[in-house]
Design a protein around this ligand. Structure first.
Ligand SMILES: CC(C)(COP(=O)(O)OP(=O)(O)OC[C@H]1O[C@@H](n2cnc3c(N)ncnc32)[C@H](O)[C@@H]1OP(=O)(O)O)[C@@H](O)C(=O)NCCC(=O)NCCS
Length: 139
């Protein structure tokens, strides 16, 4: 399925250390990459360096990738809550564009300095990089 609103930002080159016992891309590597990509997206969309992954829905490993494949990861904001941001993820082969993985819901929560959920004040995605967190608020 082609998704018009999803932005494919990061690319990866599948290396030997990312393979599973079947010689194809290891799901754990893929999830680590997606979680990192989604974290960066959440930080920028919510303007807060202190965000955590709260929830991931079913993960569908649609097809495999092999060593040397070029893959790209896409994210799309689905909804903004009071303290949360829900996004959708899609990974596909850069050349064939065939889907490798899809996750319908990844929920991030914005936290305050006390580590508790904090209202982020946003209701829609920005495409400009205008929510860079204040210096010192990352991490
Ligand atoms: C994130 C955390 C602080 C939230 O605490 P909590 O007591 O569940 O907070 P709340 O009930 O106020 O929920 C906060 C937000 O998450 C959403 N949420 C909570 N549970 C959810 C679930 N199972 N699925 C989807 N969203 C959920 C709530 O709807 C709320 O969103 P909203 O404010 O936009 O409406 C806490 O669960 C936590 O620390 N979890 C561990 C996070 C973590 O370590 N992640 C791993 C690596 S980063």
């Amino acid at each position: 399925m082609e998704h018009r609103d999803i932005n494919f930002r990061s690319r990866k080159w599948v290396r030997p250390e990312d393979l599973n016992a079947n010689g194809t891309l290891f799901g754990g590597s893929l999830l680590r990459w997606i979680d990192e990509e989604a974290t960066i997206y959440a930080i920028l969309q919510l303007g807060n360096g202190r965000v955590v992954t709260k929830y991931m829905s079913e993960i569908n490993f649609v097809s495999s990738a092999k060593q040397g494949d070029l893959i790209e990861m896409g994210l799309q904001a689905v909804s903004f809550g009071t303290t949360s941001l829900t996004m959708r993820a899609e990974v596909r082969n850069m050349i064939s564009r065939s889907s490798i993985l899809s996750i319908e819901q990844i929920v991030f929560v914005s936290l305050g300095p006390d580590g508790r959920p904090m209202a982020h004040g946003y209701s829609e995605a920005t495409y400009a990089r205008d929510r860079i967190p204040e210096p010192g608020t990352l991490g």
